[in-house]
Design a protein around this ligand. Sequence first.
Ligand SMILES: Cc1ncc(COP(=O)(O)O)c(C=O)c1O
Length: 394
Amino acid sequence: MSDFQQAFDNPPEVRGVWSKKWDYRAETTGVADVQPMWIANMDFETPQPVKDAVIRRAELGIYGYTAVDREYHEAVINWQRTRHNWEVREEWILHTPSVICGIQTAVRALTDRNDYVLVQPPAYHPFFRLLHQTHRRVLESPLLDRGDHYEVDWADFEAKLRDYRPRLFILCNPHNPVGKVYTPEELRRFGTLCRQYGAIVISDEIHGDLTLPGTRHTPFGTLGEEFAQNAVICTAASKTFNLAGLHLSNIIVPNADLRGRMRDALTEAGFPAPNLFALVAGNAAFREGAAWLDALRDYLAGNRALAESYIAEHIGALHTYRAEGTYFLWLDCRALGLDNAGLEQFLLRDARIWANQGHIFGKQGAGFVRLNLALPRAQLKSALERLTQAVNKH
Ligand SMILES: Cc1ncc(COP(=O)(O)O)c(C=O)c1O
C-alpha cells in the first residue's frame, strides 16, 4: 500500500476546530453521530509539501501585507499547462476569495438587474442563490435524465438562448452534482451557440482536476480563441487539494474588456489582496502536489467503484448514476417513496448519513441525494452497511 493510500485511509480526526463538516452535526441535524457526506470538503489531509510550506511560513510570526508574487502565478500557469494543456497568460488571472465570489462578480459586472442567466439543473445550488441575491432571472435548461447518466437537451438549450437571450450561461464542468465531464465537442457546441445568441460563458471548473482516471478535463479556454474570448473560467486549488478554508480562487479571463469590467467590480466591492496562507498553500500545491493528486484520483475511483457495486448488490431499491468526475455520487432514492423531508430524516436517523438532498439542486433532483465519497474507505463501507439496513427495514 502506498504512503498516500495509507494517509487517505487514516486522516486525522477533525473535532473542535470549527469544521463546518464535522463540528456542528448535532446542532444542525439533531443527530450527533451522523457520517457527514454532504459539503464538498474531503476528509483527507492536504499534501505534505503544502502543510510544510504553511507551517514554515507560520513559524516566521510575521503576517503582514503580502504581494501576489510572480512565483504564485508561474505555479498556476505551469499547472494548467502540464495538467490540462492550456497556455494561460499571467495578465488573464484575477483573484477572488472563492469561485462563487468570482461567478457573482461576473454576474454583477457583465449583466444588469432582471437579465436572464442560463443554468442546467440539477445544478450546484449556490448558482440559484447568487442569481436571486443579485436580482437576475434564472433561466433553466434542465439536463436530460437518461436513467443512469445525463445528457444535454440541445434543442431546449438553443431555444432558451434564442427565445430569452440570456446574457450569461453558467456551465459547470465537471458538473456538480451529477459528475458529468463534458467532451470537447459538447463544449464547442455550447461555445458556438452562446456566441451565436450573445451569451457569455462562465465556466466553473473548480472540479476540473478531479476527473476519474482515464477521463480528461477540457478547460473551456483551450477550445479556440473565439471561445476563450467569450468566457470567464473559474479555477482554484481549493477542491483539488482540500484548501477551501483558505479562500483563494483563480478566475481566468482572456478577454481584456470582460476582465477590465470584472476587475472594476472587484475593486468596487472592496476586496483585498489574497490571504497570505492561501498563496503559500496554493503555490506549494500546484508545484508539488501532482503525485498526491494522481493517488487521490485512484483512491476516489476505488471509493466510487465500491459504492456502485455495493449498492447494486445489496440495495436493489436505490440506483447510482455514473460519473466521470467530481467525488460525488448521485443516488436515485425515488423508489423509497419518501418526500423531501422524509428522505432527509430517513438518511439522518435511520442510516445516520448526512447527505445533500437532491431537491436543493433544482426540482429535477427531488428523490435523489448527493453523497460525498471523499472519505476513508472504512467509513464509506460502514455508511453503506447502515444504508442497507435502513432500506431493508423501510
Ligand atoms: C461547482 C462548484 N462551484 C463552486 C463551489 C464553491 O467553491 P468556493 O468555495 O470557491 O466558492 C463548489 C463547492 O462545492 C462547487 O462544487
